[in-house]
Design a protein around this ligand. Structure first.
Ligand code: SF4
Ligand code: SF4
Length: 386
């Protein structure tokens, strides 16, 4: 069996474990985004997450922060920036995340990817990589362009053993909405996963979409995708592009953490300063308290990864209702949709006999080792990377 297939099977197993842990308890972060360097080689005009001068966070500090996130029980750790591939020790950081059995992901502008760099990311154990592409040809707003990055996408399709997602973007700063459709088609043509995001303003809020942008969004949506992608888009983006608020609970500060280059915990990249507690002092009590805080910015929030963690919590508290609603809307929108085996299993498990759900659930948690306390996860993890 090819290495890529084996890596994929192992990754799905670890995702199942992450899902089971998220279902088993709410006292740990599902996802943390951490900044190893604030500097970026580009200067996209809509971006407020980069500078031109800062130095990489020193390796020992970064390793301590990763260990602390593992101690809190974090399931997924994402490196973002700035441009994280500018950090000279990124491979060591990825290895450290993997040594804690967490899922490791990377958000990059892709400029520094070469076949050799991709092979090094494979060896380090990266699980996911995401590139946002803003337009087909570079303009004064953004140089993250298909024309510049197409060669990188081909290398990724050829060499990456990790999953690759190409994110296209719609929003008022993006001149040609039609580009998002072309980027999505190119990504799918190469066998890569694609998503579409909506640009937010400096506080994470929606910037209204024009009728043309809405129509491109519908065409991309019409290209299909997995149930999770559907649920995610259907669950919040559709409301936002219509200009309607979402009724949801943002668990940032608990289920999602954003760690800046100074090592402070923030709700997200667009709500920095809250709670602003040093990660080294962050406790389980902080996780539980901040997750419960009602955030006034939630109704028009576009921060997609935080919505995804909230979707898991909605599923946890009302599994039957949430799953039945998603499947029904998916079938209404696409009568030809064929239920994948994994969704069929979830339907069988959650939407049938409650006793079956309970005993299968408890066996699954044991098999996936998902109820083990975080301390045990830490003490069992390999420390060989340092
Ligand atoms: S590449 Fe990313 S981090 Fe850099 S300026 Fe553009 S959006 Fe910001
Ligand atoms: S709702 Fe949550 S994720 Fe969205 S901007 Fe506010 S704090 Fe950030």
């Amino acid at each position: 069996m090819r290495i890529r297939t084996l890596s994929m099977i192992h990754r799905r197993w670890r995702e199942a474990r992450m899902f089971a842990r998220a279902m088993a308890s709410t006292d740990h972060p599902i996802l943390a985004q951490i900044v190893p360097i604030r500097r970026c080689n580009l200067s996209c005009t809509y971006c407020n997450e980069f500078d031109k001068l800062s130095q990489p966070v020193p390796l020992p500090l970064m390793l301590r922060r990763i260990d602390k996130l593992a101690e809190l029980g974090t399931s997924i750790i994402t490196f973002s920036g700035g441009e994280p591939t500018l950090h000279p020790d990124l491979d060591t950081l990825i290895q450290r995340v993997r040594s804690h059995k967490a899922i490791c992901t990377l958000i990059t502008n892709g400029y520094f990817l070469t076949p050799d760099r991709i092979r090094r990311l494979n060896r380090a154990g990266l699980d996911y990589l995401q590139i946002s592409i803003d337009n087909v040809t570079p303009d004064e707003v953004s140089k993250k362009s298909l024309k510049v990055l197409d060669r990188k996408l081909r290398w990724l399709a050829e060499h990456a053993e990790f999953d690759v997602t190409i994110n296209s973007v719609l929003g008022s700063e993006i001149r040609r909405p039609e580009d998002a459709f072309e980027i999505t088609q190119r990504a799918r043509g190469l066998g890569l996963t694609s998503t579409v995001g909506v640009l937010h303003d400096g506080s994470g809020q929606l910037q209204p979409l024009s009728p043309e942008q809405k129509s491109v969004y519908d065409r991309i949506f019409g290209l299909g995708g997995g149930l999770f992608t559907f649920a995610h888009l259907d669950g919040f983006q559709r409301n936002l592009i219509k200009g309607s608020p979402n009724d949801w609970h943002c668990g940032a500060g608990g289920r999602f953490l954003y760690i800046c280059e100074d090592g402070l915990v923030h709700y997200c990249s667009q709500q920095r300063g809250r709670p602003g507690i040093p990660l080294e002092d962050y406790s389980r009590e902080d996780v539980v308290r901040e997750a419960a805080v009602k955030k006034g910015c939630a109704p028009f929030c576009t921060i997609s990864c935080v919505h995804q963690t909230a979707m898991l919590d909605a599923f946890r508290s009302k599994p039957q209702e949430t799953l039945a609603g998603i499947i029904q809307r998916r079938r209404e929108r696409d009568p030809g949709w064929r239920t994948p085996a994994s969704v069929g299993f979830l339907e069988w498990m959650f939407l049938s006999d409650p006793r079956r759900r309970d005993w299968i659930g408890s066996i699954a948690l044991r098999l996936l080792d998902a109820t083990r306390p975080t301390g045990a996860i830490l003490s069992n993890s390999s420390k060989s990377v340092t």
